[in-house]
Structure formats: C-alpha cells, structure tokens
Design a protein around this ligand. Structure first.
Ligand code: UD1
Length: 418
C-alpha cells in the first residue's frame, strides 16, 4: 500500500504534456484483438487500467510488448476466449472485450466486470446490442457466456447513450456481415478516436461524434500504428489544480474543444484561459468566485469524470454552488473526506450543496475511487498544512506519473510506502 504526503500551499507554475487518454486507449486495446496484424500504439501511459488490460490481452494469448512508451500488440497468436474473474474484477473495461472476442472466436466467456465502485454500473445495453447482432447470451456463476454462428449487422437503438455499450457494439459490428446502425450512440471524443483507429486498420465506420454511427462490416482488418487522443480528464484535472492553487500552468498536446464545458466554467470562476493550437494556459491569482450550479451530462455536457475535481474547487470559491451528478449515483464518496479538510459540503441524493470556505486545512483522507482520489490530491495541494492521502492505488488507475508531473509544476508531494 502506498500513500501521498502533501504539504499544501505552493502555487503551480510551468508546462506539462498531457498523456494519451485512458478511455481511448482501453477500447483501442480491445480492438487490437480483431486483427491478425500487429498494432503499434504510441505514447501509452503506464497506468494500472492499461497494465490490467494488457494482462487480459496476454491471458487471451496476445503478445504485448512495451518499448519505451510505445506498446505493440500481436493478436495473431490469440487462442483463448475466456477472461477469468480475478482479472475482469480489476478492470471494468474488460467488458469491452466481449465485442471483439465474440467477433474473433464466435464465443466469449467473461466474468462480470469490476472497476470503480461508483454506483450500479449495469451492462444491459451492451448485452442487448450484442443480441441484436445475433449473439446468444447466457449468464452462469458470475460469467457472461456469448455464442454465435456468425455476426449479422442490424439497427440498434440505445436507451441511453452509453459510452461502453456504443464502443462494444462497434467492435462486434466491424467484421459482422452487412451494415450496423447505432442510434442514440454516445458522442464522446474517445468514440471518434476508436472509429479513427478501426478505420486505420481497414474498417468502414462513420458517424462517430454524432448520435448515429454506421458500420459496414468488412472481412478482415490489418495492423497499423496509432497515436490515441489526449486525455481530456487528465488535462482538466491539472487545470483545476492550477485554478485551486493559483499560479500559471500550460498544458501541451491538449484539446480545448474536448473540454470546452470545463473551460467555460473555469472562466466563469474568474480564471484567465488562453488557447493556442494544442496549448491551453490557465492563470489564477486570487480567490475565485463560485459558479452557481453544474450538472454532469453525457458529452458535450460537463463530464462526470471531472465532477469531483471541480467540486473540490467550488469548496474554496467565494459563494454557494450546487453540483448535480446525473450519471453515477455514488460519485460523492469523497465528500466526507473533503469535510475532514474543512469543506462545507452536504450531499443529498444526487446533489452536493456547497458553501465556499476560505481554505482547506491539511488532514488524513482516504481515496475511494479514481476521480474522487484526484480531487482529494487537489484539495491537499491547495490546503494549509500537511495532508496524507491513503489508498492511492485508485489514483494510479488513471494518472500516469501524477506526482512527478505535479512536482515539476512546484507542488510538494511525495509517494510513501505504508
Ligand atoms: C465510460 C468511461 C467513464 C465515464 C463514463 C461516463 C471508459 C473506460 N469509462 O464508462 O470514465 O465516467 O463513460 O462518461 O470509457 N448504463 C446502463 N446500462 C448499460 C451501460 C450503461 O444503464 O448497459 C448507464 C450507466 O449506469 C450510467 C450511464 O449509462 O448511468 C453512462 O454509463 P456509460 O456511458 O456506459 O459509462 P462507461 O462506459 O461505464
């Protein structure tokens, strides 16, 4: 077990490069199973979710090799269609493999997925979509078992625009017979990135980024080299850190368009933001003013994955805020921890009511999930005094070299074994 020790109060100054997006890399890794060719992925962060996905690919028989920051997957040798529970439980995204494993082997057996404990995370839309493509699905002893003679394209209307279900159906449909149309598809930038990657391998997918995605099945896919998009959630986390601590931080390799909902709100708070190509700079020199309310929404709305970090910021703004979480019901587990640091925050159902206080005070707090954990780190960086953040393995799931990057901006943060 490891923890962070943070001495708060330092302003942040400097430039940092944004990692490639965890939520783009994971489905792309799942998609690598669809080809016999080699896939070379550039600049892949060494975060736990990616490491676990690579472990799962190895368990399927794929060859996965890191050379520096690049990761090569050779799926020509894949020979197994089962993902055991000890691996699937560590990573919810293992469910994305259903689509590609069923496409490859016409059979798949995957233990029910794990991942962040942030409320019910059902997979009904994934399964209904796959059934529409001709997959027979049964459930046995915690395993989802899928079988089909062949996959056939079909029209699929999602009840809600689920990111994972959209991606899973895309993966199952790329080599299906005929055309698949996904209606009410999720519009997240990572879905567009998956489309770009699939098409680079020879697939015929269009429409990603809109609510309708059309996939014309192809017979086979080849290898390719690919650089996934920037991580908009990591970028947003560092911008909020700079807003909370004060100073001036520039992100390189970022996409302002993909976090425009956050940039909007940060400007409303009183931050000065400049955009120049793939660089985003944020300057903050005084106590910020609260935004009255924020609701998380599917893209292009305010992302649920930045809700915790932004809530931490609201806790030290001047004025009141109400934050509404519409996607995952238990995504306020970090709120009692923020209260230990002096925040005035009350959670009732899906809403957090906040009265801004002057400052956080250092405390010992526990990270319960990935983004909530990041929010506690930001609060500790902005706090007066010393904090300890326990259980940081949650944070390692999504932020590569987190403390190195923060230290390079002037933060006083160290990782210590417990
Ligand atoms: C993905 C992201 C996650 C992000 C989330 C929402 C990855 C690896 N993870 O998760 O970081 O927080 O999008 O932007 O990309 N739902 C159902 N039935 C289903 C599937 C989903 O009811 O079969 C519901 C969920 O309970 C939730 C909503 O749909 O309320 C959105 O979930 P979804 O978009 O599927 O999130 P994930 O793909 O799990």
């Amino acid at each position: 077990m490891e923890k962070y020790i943070i001495n708060g109060g330092n302003k942040l100054y400097g430039t940092m490069r944004v990692q490639t997006a965890k939520n783009a890399v994971l489905p792309i890794l799942a998609a690598a199973v669809l080809t016999d060719g080699k896939v070379r992925l550039l600049d892949i962060p060494r975060i736990t979710d990616v490491k676990n996905m690579v472990k799962i690919l190895s368990c399927l028989g794929c060859d996965a090799v890191y050379e520096g920051e690049n990761l090569t997957i050779d799926s020509s040798v894949a020979d197994c269609y089962e993902i055991p529970s000890e691996l699937a439980h560590e990573l919810r995204s293992s469910v994305f493999l259903l689509g590609s494993v069923i496409s490859r082997f016409h059979t798949a057996k995957i233990a029910y997925p794990g991942g962040c404990d942030i409320g019910l995370r059902p997979v009904d839309l994934h399964l209904t979509g796959l059934k529409r493509l001709g997959v027979e699905i049964t459930e046995e002893n915690g395993y989802i078992i899928c079988k089909c003679d062949k996959l056939c394209g079909n029209e699929i209307m999602l009840d809600c625009p689920s990111v994972g279900a959209t991606e899973n159906i895309m993966l199952a449909a790329v080599k299906a017979e005929g055309t698949t149309v996904i209606q009410n598809a999720a519009r997240e930038p990572e879905i567009e990135d998956l489309q770009r990657f699939l098409n680079r391998m020879g697939a015929r997918v269009c429409g990603a980024g809109s609510g309708t995605i059309i996939i014309e099945g192809v017979k086979s896919l080849g290898g390719c080299e690919y650089h996934p998009i920037a991580d908009r959630i990591e970028a947003g986390t560092f911008l909020v850190a700079a807003a909370m601590c004060g100073g001036e931080v520039t992100l390189e390799g970022a996409s302002a368009e993909n976090i425009s909902s956050l940039l909007h709100k940060l400007r409303e708070n009183g931050c000065k933001i400049r955009i120049n190509g793939d660089k985003i700079s944020l300057e903050s020199h005084r106590r910020l003013t609260s935004v009255k309310s924020i609701e998380t929404q599917p893209y292009p709305g305010f992302p649920t994955d930045l809700q915790a970090q932004f809530t931490a910021l609201c806790c030290i703004c001047r004025g009141h805020s109400i934050i509404t979480e519409n996607l995952f019901e238990t995504r306020f587990k970090y709120a009692p921890e923020l209260r230990k640091m002096g925040a005035d925050i009350t959670v009732i159902n899906r809403n957090a009511f906040i009265r801004g206080v002057e400052k956080f005070k250092g405390a010992t707090v526990v990270a319960h999930d990935l983004r909530g954990g990041a929010a506690l780190v930001l609060a500790a960086l902005a706090a007066e005094g010393r904090s300890e953040i326990l259980d940081i393995s949650h944070i390692d799931r999504g932020y590569g070299a987190f403390e190195y990057k923060l230290r390079s901006l002037g933060a006083d943060i160290v990782r210590v074994s417990v």
